[in-house]
Design a protein around this ligand. Sequence first.
Ligand SMILES: C[S@@+](CC[C@H](N)C(=O)[O-])C[C@H]1O[C@@H](n2cnc3c(N)ncnc32)[C@H](O)[C@@H]1O
Length: 216
Amino acid sequence: MSTDHRAASKKYWDDSHGSQSYDRSVIKTDDWLERFDDIIMNTDKPILDLGCGGGNDTLYLISKGKRVIPCDLSEIAIENIRKNFPEIGEAYCFDMLDGIPFEDGSFDVVIADLCLHYFTEKDTERILKEIRRILTSGGHLIFRVNSLHDVNHGAGKGTEIEKHVFETESGTLKRFFDEDDTRYIFRDFDIEYLNEEIMSRYKFEKRLFRGCVKNC
Ligand SMILES: C[S@@+](CC[C@H](N)C(=O)[O-])C[C@H]1O[C@@H](n2cnc3c(N)ncnc32)[C@H](O)[C@@H]1O
């Protein structure tokens, strides 16, 4: 019988968010969004933090005085967000694979930090189409995704079910991007910034692509 990747992912993320402390005082931000502060500061609409997890980017955006709508697959993550950020009016739990439940053109800025690399190419394309739909024309998606060189976090491990997409031991999917993959998957946007970088927020350094793309 083939693995139910969606069910495995839900369980994995609920377990993960349930087992970690997300008290606001210990949430770490890192400076990856600073480069895009002009874009972030230029919108009067709320900013969507897709796959918000513990709220690292939500915290950064709040510190900049922005309105944020954090969203995640895991209800436990969203409960933690509601507890840690009582000032936030809206926070939602949904699976991006079911679509992104906002009206067309709702956002000038969508943040997707380390949450767009859990899908096959076909599903990633569907999610990106949804992100384009909810962005205004000229709106920006700011993201980070796993690099193919991210050996400390699973690159090359597991069963490759399609090019650069691996099934892990827990039955979840992980995708790793090279520059060509990244440029290809974001081809319907204008790519304004794309760079392979190292993030040191985790115990072991993480290699990723940081990008900023414009909806055209
Ligand atoms: C590596 S964490 C990143 C969390 C946060 N953005 C950050 O950078 O700290 C990935 C997050 O994506 C969420 N996620 C995974 N698959 C998802 C899906 N299909 N729909 C919505 N969120 C998803 C997970 O629950 C998890 O919180």
